[in-house]
Design a binder for this molecule. Structure first.
Ligand code: SAM
Length: 327
């Protein structure tokens, strides 16, 4: 088993290779859409996408999600997964270990490149795992026998029978599910869950605690872009209340605070890397709103480490788990 920091070394190495691939990306066309497999991408993708300034974004019908779906972003999500897992010390908090060992049906809603679900499928070979996402960035060939994926928008009806799953996990879909649509998504997930089944939700508060002026300006531009994409509110607020309102019971939860920057030790340094990656991912859509030149945007990135250390920046993560009533 690789340690957390060995995995980081491996990720950094693979990131270098993938960044080179991105540099090779010729297309600057922000309007072209494609349903075809993209040969420039390591992760084959069959869902609709378009390019904006060298980054690939999802173009799934009626999906507002704003982050890219290319290799660099998937790589960032892998890194982020290891950070959160390292902080929490596990992959889930719902009380379902014995059931997972025995064999249950699990859904990962907004599964991304599949880091969480692939790891879970390997850890629990008797259970059956399904991932759903608007972007098909998961591995297509090498994957565990008990793991399948479906393309779909979770804001619409889910392509599953009622009472299909024993456990539903949903992490970080806040930039693709407007706050006001979150209850609709929860009602779909409620239906798809078996009576007595568990749901677990993890979201990040993008507003960040103790922000410096650069972060504030950047975040305001993100909010402006989210508004342009039809979000009234860009982040998931009151997750626990939404879970109760959706009819779930036995709710429990926790808040995790992760430092950003070297003031927070090795963890802070690695999380800063993740945050800078997110700034790079959002560059094509946020830079025009900020009216920044390339040099201005680079200056913003270069100054983040100092600014974050000055204000001792932290980011809040919210995790809630709850049960569908047994009858
Ligand atoms: C930040 S990533 C998180 C991926 C994964 N859950 C993780 O924690 O690593 C958000 C994912 O949610 C997906 N997503 C966002 N909105 C969605 C929607 N309305 N329907 C389906 N997938 C969505 C995105 O395509 C993306 O892969």
């Amino acid at each position: 088993m690789l340690s957390f920091f060995s995995r980081l070394k491996w990720l950094r190495k693979s990131k270098k290779v993938q960044n080179n691939k991105i540099k090779e990306e010729k297309s600057k066309d922000s309007s072209r859409t494609s349903d075809a497999t993209n040969s420039n991408s390591q992760a084959k993708i069959s869902s609709a996408s378009f390019y904006n300034n060298g980054r690939r974004f999802q173009a799934y019908k009626d999906c507002a999600y704003i982050l890219p779906n290319d290799d660099a972003e998937i790589d960032r999500l892998h890194l982020q997964h290891w950070i959160v897992k390292n902080v929490v010390g596990r992959n889930y908090s719902s009380p379902i270990e014995a059931e997972l060992q025995k064999g249950i049906k699990v859904l990962d809603a907004g599964c991304g490149g599949g880091t969480w679900i692939l790891e879970m499928a390997n850890a629990y070979p008797n259970s059956e795992f399904t991932g759903i996402d608007v972007s098909s960035t998961w591995p297509t060939e090498i994957r565990p026998h008990n793991c399948n994926f479906v393309v779909g928008n979770i804001v619409h009806e889910l392509p599953f029978e009622e009472n299909s799953f024993d456990f539903i996990y949903m992490r970080l879909v806040g930039m693709g599910v407007p706050n006001e649509q979150y209850p609709t998504v929860l009602s779909h997930l409620y239906k798809a869950l078996k009576p007595g089944g568990w749901i677990e939700l993890v979201e990040i508060d993008g507003e960040q605690v103790y922000r410096g002026k650069r972060t504030t300006k950047f975040w305001n531009a993100v909010l402006q872009y989210l508004e342009m994409r039809g979000f009234k509110e860009g982040i998931v607020k009151d997750l626990d209340h939404k879970v109760v309102d959706a009819g779930f019971v036995n709710i429990d939860g926790m808040r995790i605070r992760i430092p950003v920057g070297s003031w927070g030790g090795k963890l802070g340094e690695v999380f800063l890397e993740d945050i800078v990656g997110a700034y790079k991912s959002l560059r094509p859509v946020v830079q025009p709103i900020l009216n920044y030149s390339d040099a201005d945007y680079q200056e913003l990135l270069d100054n983040l480490p100092t600014e974050n250390n000055e204000v001792k920046q932290e980011v809040n993560w919210f995790c809630n788990w709850a049960q569908k009533p047994a009858n």
